[in-house]
Design a protein around this ligand. Structure first.
Ligand code: FE2
Length: 100
């Protein structure tokens, strides 16, 4: 039985969401690698693989049903730089500073 266009589109879109999540986890893995935190990086890599696994389940299901997989572009992503400065902490309201 043929799949409805709406369902096929939704499943193809879900593949993009899963791969986008994998990409985000992979960027976090790269961030932690740059900070020499291999345990955190490993955990992020595991999460990235899990998201790819989710995408492949949708991919395989579409193929098994004889439907067309249409991979979509991932949204633009900005790389996370470990050298990017963290915002300076706000002065505490209990520190005696003037309220903003
Ligand atoms: Fe997922």
């Amino acid at each position: 039985m043929a799949m409805s266009q709406a369902l096929r589109d939704a499943m193809n879109d879900q593949i993009r969401h899963e791969l986008y999540s994998a990409y985000l986890y992979l960027s976090m893995a790269a961030y932690f690698e740059a900070l020499h935190l291999p345990g955190f990086a490993h955990w992020m890599r595991v999460q990235a693989r899990e998201e790819v696994g989710h995408a492949m389940k949708f991919f395989d299901h579409l193929c098994d049903r004889g439907e067309r997989v249409v991979l979509q572009a991932l949204s633009s992503l900005r790389p996370i730089s470990p050298r990017r400065r963290r915002p300076s902490p706000r002065p505490s309201s209990t520190s005696g500073g003037s309220p903003v």
